[in-house]
Design a protein around this ligand. Structure first.
Ligand code: NDP
Ligand code: HSE
Length: 438
């Protein structure tokens, strides 16, 4: 059968990796897909940089619209990133009846609803496995492998750069800025690395996971988002003394009132497998009603790991080119006309446990005031530790671990505690999840 012609837009970390993997494994990929998959067109901003690597075998241009408008291209692979010009390119490709593969989580999280609607109208596929968890086939696992289950919750380390930074800070005491620079040099970070450290990239990915887990439209704007830039080495070390690790998690959970979608640093018991996922590795723990817990683990960023997911999507699309469009796997796992309007909850309504670090004047009655305020808000304490004052400091750190409580009660308690004369600084609050089965 005639090979499938692929046009790649963007030839950076992932574009280059995709070219290498497709070239190196061409014959095995063809045996899997039932026909050859070959890159015939590449568009990149600086063609001169890549000309030699492509050895004149593909049509190379600086104009990505020339690729999406070329009738010889069957599948467009969008690896530019961001929204402009990626959105226009993807929409043009769809209008031209081309299938699309993308690693662009920002694009899918923000514009996926409109992109999938356009793709359904045209009867083409839009595949985005690389958008979440780099090379880990977690979208396929949830969308297809777990199709018989109700997903109770999922919790994932879904930003490789952030996990790399937290791991290096904890294990080697390296500075935040130094490790971030290394993640950028290794090709892990986003073009704007604040997306990695402020949780925006993880929120893009969680919006996607939440949709395919619960059959709701993509709602990036409803994801509660907190990054890792405010974490201190002290918190990492106090958490360890209490038997926890701090991980930056994306959590989606179905509760009676709706669906929680939240990204924030989280204390988790150190004995959990996911607490030991380090460096650029990602992992998503899924609690499903029939299967129970499963953990999907692997490289969350980098050229060839991400290319692995892009190429898997190319194989999937190629295999189903001749299938009836009505009977393909739906983009968001549930049929487009069967998506639900279950609400995504405000963070105020979410229930979780907490780690609090207070700076308190070391005098009688201070802890009594703090525990009274917590008690008034029905907040039960699991552990409390008073640390020694740092040399020359006029206050001491107090660490409190609480049982689960609704966030608005905790917010009220924090406000009252911070107003005490004896509390000398803002409270550091980190949410805590045991990630046990229910
Ligand atoms: P890079 O910055 O390495 O590559 C982007 C490429 O797009 C570069 O070749 C760039 O050219 C080119 N480009 C930028 N603007 C244009 C334009 N207007 N027209 C044509 N080409 C353009 O990014 P990555 O490969 O890291 O990321 C690509 C996508 O994959 C992003 O959506 C990212 O979020 C996603 N992703 C990345 C992962 C990773 O590990 N890096 C993992 C999973 C997903 P130039 O070289 O001149 O800048
Ligand atoms: N910047 C992203 C990360 C790339 O570090 O996880 C993979 O999506």
């Amino acid at each position: 059968m005639k090979p499938v012609n692929v046009g790649v837009l963007g030839f950076g970390t992932v574009g280059g990796g995709t070219y290498d993997v497709l070239t190196r494994n061409a014959s095995e990929i063809a045996r899997r897909a039932g026909r050859g998959i070959r890159i015939t067109h590449v568009a990149t901003r600086s063609p001169d940089k890549v000309q030699q690597r492509l050895q004149g075998q593909v049509s190379l241009t600086a104009d990505p619209f020339a690729v999406v408008n070329d009738p010889k291209v069957d599948i467009v692979v969008e690896l530019i990133g961001g929204n402009d010009p990626a959105l226009e390119l993807v929409k043009t490709a769809i209008d031209n009846n081309k299938h699309v593969v993308t690693a662009n989580k920002a694009l899918i999280a923000l514009h996926g609803n409109e992109i999938f609607a356009a793709a359904s109208r045209q009867g083409v596929m839009v595949a985005f496995e690389a958008a979440v968890g780099g090379g880990i086939p977690v979208i396929k696992a949830i969308r297809e492998g777990l199709a018989g289950n109700r997903i109770n919750w999922l919790a994932g380390i879904i930003n490789g750069t952030g996990n790399f930074i937290l791991t290096e800070m904890r294990d080697k005491g390296r500075s935040f800025a130094e490790v971030l620079a290394e993640a950028q040099a290794l090709g892990y970070a986003e073009a704007d690395p604040t997306f990695d450290v402020e949780g925006i990239d993880a929120a893009h990915k969680l919006a996607i996971l939440g949709s395919i887990a619960y059959g709701i439209p993509l709602q990036f704007d409803k994801v509660y988002t907190e990054g890792i830039s405010h974490l201190t080495g002290d918190d990492v070390s106090y958490a360890e003394q209490l038997g926890y690790r701090i991980k930056h998690l994306g959590i989606a959970r179905r509760v009676a009132q709706g669906i929680e979608l939240r990204v924030h640093p989280t204390l988790i018991p150190e004995k959990r497998l996911i607490a030991n996922v380090d460096g650029v590795m990602n992992a998503v723990l899924v609690q499903a009603d029939a299967l129970g817990p499963t953990l999907y683990y692997g490289a969350g960023a980098g050229a060839e790991p991400t290319a692995s997911a892009v190429v898997a999507d190319l194989v999937d699309v190629t295999r189903t080119l001749t299938a009836d469009p009505e009977n393909r796997v739906p983009h968001l796992a549930f049929q487009a006309d069967a998506l639900s309007n279950t609400p995504v909850l405000e963070m105020d309504e979410v229930e979780t446990a907490y780690y609090l670090r207070l700076q308190a004047v070391d005098e009688p009655g201070v802890l009594a005031d703090v525990t009274r305020i917590l008690g008034d808000q029905q907040i039960s304490i699991e552990a409390i530790i008073q640390k020694q004052a740092a040399k020359g400091a006029d206050s001491i750190p107090v660490i409190i671990v609480t049982h689960r409580v609704v966030e608005k009660q905790m917010n009220a308690a924090i406000e009252q505690i911070e107003a005490l004369q004896t509390i000398t600084d803002k409270i550091c609050r980190i949410r805590l999840e045991t990630l046990s089965r229910d």
